[in-house]
Structure formats: C-alpha cells, structure tokens
Ligand binder design. Structure first.
Ligand SMILES: *Cc1c(COP(=O)(O)O)cnc(C)c1O
Length: 468
C-alpha cells in the first residue's frame, strides 16, 4: 500500500494555492443558488464517497506515471502548466459545467468568452473581428481553412514544409487541393518557392506559420503580404504556438519582429491559449478580420432553443457543444494577467525566451554539440550531437535524450533535414537527422538554466564516454 503521508520534500506544484483559492469564491457562487430546494447529490448515496476516494487513490497511482510537466526540468515538448487561477476558475465552473454552444447553455460563460476573445483580437490589433474559442488549434485551423474554401472554392491551400502537419490533413478533410512549399535553411517559408506556386494563378490561401512547432521559426509575413498585393490570395496565420509573442515583438530579432508587427494585415488568425496562454487543454481560438464571414456558419437547427437575441457562439462555430469552463478559465487568467506589452504575462514570455537564447548560445559554443545555425527565433532550441555521420549524430541524440531522462531532465527529439545544419555537396536535402529539442516555455526556465545545462552536460558525458 502507498503511504498516505505527505512526501518530503513535497513538490511545489502540489501545494499550489489553487484549492485554497476556491474556498471563498465557491461560497459566493453557492449563494447565487440558495433559493433552490435541497436536492440529493450523487455523492450522498451510501458508500459512494468511500469508493470514490478509493478510485481517486488509484487515479493518483496511475497519474504518477506521467512525466513531470509542471517542473522546470521538464523542458521537452510544448507543455506549460496552467496557471493556478485558470485551474481554480475551471474547477469552479465545473459545478455548473456550462456549454458555450448557446446562451441557454452558458449564459455567463458565453459573455466571458466574447470578452476574452475580444482581448486576444485587440492584442493582434483588431478592434472588430469575428471569433470564438475551439477545442484546440487543429479545429481552429479547420474553421479558418473551411471559411477560406467557402470564399475561394477549388483554389489551392499552401503551407510550408515546416508548417503543422495537420494543415495537409485538414485540407484533405475539406477536399481542398493542398501544396507544400519548401522552407529555407532557417525553417521559414521559402519566398522563391512560394512565388513559383503563386505564378500558377490558382492559390486561394497561404498559411503563414507564426512560430513553427518544430523550430519556432517565423515565416516572413511582410514579404508574403507584398506578394498578396501582386497575386491576390488569402493569408491565414497559424499562430497556435507563437501568437502570444506579439506581446514581446520588440524583443525579437528583426525578421520575426517585422512579421509580428504586421499580424493585423492577415485575414484570419489561430492561436492556442492552451499552449503559451496558461490554460488547461481544450482551448484554441480562431479569429477572422472580416466579421461578415459569419454568414457561412448559418444553420437552422431544431435542437437549439434560443432564449436571447444576442449572438450565439454556436452560430459562428463548426463545433456544437464547447466547454464553457475553458472560457471561464481564460477570462480569469486574462483578468489577472492582461495581454499587455508591459504586463507580467509578457515578462514571463520574455524570461522563457531569454532562457532559450542562452541555451542556444551555450550549445553553439560547445564542441560536443552542433547548434542550429540560426535562432532561436522564439523559445525552442534545436541542436545535434557531435558525430562523424548522420547515423552517429542521430544515435547519440537518442542516447543523450535517454540519459537526460534518467537524470530527470526531460528533452524532446525532432527529425530535421541535415542540410539545415551544414550545406555540403553530395548530401541529399532529403537526408534527415535526429536532433535534440527543448521548448523552454516556462518563465522559471530562466532561473533553472544552470541546472538544466549541468544535467545536459552530465548526460552527454555519459554517452560520449561510452564511445571513447
Ligand atoms: C500545436 C499546433 C497546432 C495544433 O494545435 P492543437 O491545439 O494541438 O490542436 C497547429 N499549428 C501549430 C503551429 C501548432 O504549434
């Protein structure tokens, strides 16, 4: 039997204030419903409380098998713990479990969604927009590309080879022709390759990635906007991961900054509050610059009983039921940490980016590694292990990844074309190599960098020693 006593030391994330935060507000919420006669709750039935607590013990044992995503030594995939205020607001909303499909399902939470989404739109420079939350970035991109297809039926969608893999699949689902555009050595959409496609005259939409998932590369938006002036097409920004960096655009290198500064020129934008925005999963966001695209969503459902003549979010969303709790959590987080360029949230982003830049610098100066020649543009660091061949570098990356994990340092791996690291004759651009990757997206990563660097060094020594 697992001991029920509190382990020492007790990991901070488990002692966080989220449960304490809830006591007073739950009483306030309950007071709004005191007029109702008492009713039996499921847990009042004999024995269920004891059984439920036993089940939760089992859950705790199972969940102990997760990686420690909440800890700064988790520096692998794009995972960031939700803010305690988001967790508390989400948990509180669970008492009611509103459904933001229609105002009948989520009266207050729909209003909170409208307000939270408008704040995101304002961050991108839009005072008017049409938009709403989605279950995630994939569905948000699907809506944006669906609208694009309604406006230009049969025309092609383009995205770079470093764009999120789901664009190709979404286009297939929507039965829209899709073409992959080559990326340059920095992982950004290649403008010559793009223009070659545009000359064919059948492009409806270009997906511009504001921070690729693998490398954090930012496609050259100003130049793509210039091409739009010449060829005429729709621009959809996939900012699922990178959107919030708009707040610290002035701290990015010139090309990325120029792209972020012109985001308001796009036709649609997707951003994921559940990536950088401190939200629990189930929170993406799609925005359209022209509210008139709402007409495409028109439906005539016999199931929706509208009790209000205000806009129903379900009328501008492809999904029907949506978690009202996601909107409540996002609203609470933005209330505490407004999306302001000089705010605490922006400072947190700046800290994680400084951590990434510093890690990138150390790696490039260390002969045990070969750093990615450029960037990081945002907060993703990618590098190779040293080696005499693609096979040796790939094998070592895998072993360093494993050895780091045994030291509780959790990194990620990514496959990239070898040509991105060294342009050498005779090396086919198709040859791919396994690289190490670290997404330093927690503000705390800055203070933990020394510790991360130390553990990465020990893991690397272990691997290289075995080869000596
Ligand atoms: C994560 C991501 C997506 C997919 O979003 P989900 O929320 O995982 O569905 C799409 N595009 C980019 C650039 C992403 O980083």
């Amino acid at each position: 039997m697992a001991s029920p006593t509190r382990p020492d030391p007790f990991p901070d994330a488990f002692g966080d204030p989220f449960l304490d935060l809830l006591q007073g507000p739950l009483a306030t919420l309950a007071a709004a419903f005191v007029d109702l006669p008492p009713c039996i709750q499921p847990m009042d039935h004999a024995g269920q409380r004891t059984s439920a607590s036993a089940v939760l013990d089992e859950v705790a044992v199972r969940m102990g098998g997760e990686f420690p995503y909440f800890h700064p030594l988790y520096a692998g995939q794009m995972l960031k713990p939700p803010h305690p205020v988001a967790r508390a607001a989400y948990a509180m909303a669970m008492v009611l479990n509103p459904n933001n499909h229609a105002r009948d399902g989520g009266r207050a939470s729909s209003e909170m969604e409208v307000e939270a989404v408008a704040e995101i739109a304002r961050m991108f420079g839009w005072s008017t927009h049409l938009g709403h939350l989605t279950s995630g970035g994939t569905f948000a991109n699907l809506e944006a590309l669906w609208v694009a297809g309604q406006l230009a039926p049969g025309k092609r969608i383009l995205a770079s080879e470093q764009a999120h893999y789901t664009h190709k699949r979404i286009s297939a689902v929507l039965q829209m022709p899709f073409t992959t555009v080559a990326a340059d050595a920095a992982g950004r959409m290649d403008l010559n390759a793009l223009e070659d496609e545009l000359r064919r005259g059948d492009v409806g939409t270009v997906v511009v990635t504001m921070g690729t998932t693998g490398l954090g590369a930012v496609d050259p938006l100003p130049q793509i906007l210039a091409l739009r002036g010449r060829y005429g097409f729709r621009i959809h920004l996939d900012a699922a991961y990178g959107g919030y960096f708009r707040l610290i655009a002035d701290q990015l290198e010139a090309p990325a900054r120029a792209s972020y500064e012109r985001m308001d020129q796009a036709d649609s934008i997707v951003m994921d509050p559940h990536k950088h925005g401190l939200q629990p999963y189930g929170c993406g966001c799609v925005l359209f610059r022209d509210p008139a695209v709402g007409k495409f969503y028109k439906h005539d459902s016999p199931y929706t009983y509208f009790t209000s003549d205000q806009l129903h979010l379900g009328e501008i969303s492809l999904e029907c039921s949506r978690a009202g709790a996601s909107a409540v959590a996002l609203w609470a987080t933005q209330r505490l940490l407004p999306l302001a360029v000089d705010g605490e949230f922006a400072r947190g982003l700046a800290a994680s980016r400084r951590a990434a830049v510093e890690l990138g610098r150390r790696i490039r100066e260390d002969e045990r590694f070969a750093g990615f020649p450029t960037g990081p543009e945002l907060d993703i660091v990618v590098w190779q292990a040293c080696g005499n061949s693609v096979e040796q570098k790939s094998a070592r990356a895998q072993r360093i990844f494993d050895a780091s994990a045994t030291l509780n340092l959790h990194l990620a791996l990514v496959q990239l074309p070898e040509a991105m690291f060294s342009i050498r004759d005779g090396l086919a651009s198709q040859t791919s190599v396994t690289c190490l990757r670290s997404v330093l997206m927690k503000p705390e990563h800055e203070n933990w960098l020394e510790e991360i660097w130390g553990r990465l060094g020990s893991a690397t020594e272990t691997v290289l020693d075995l080869d000596r």
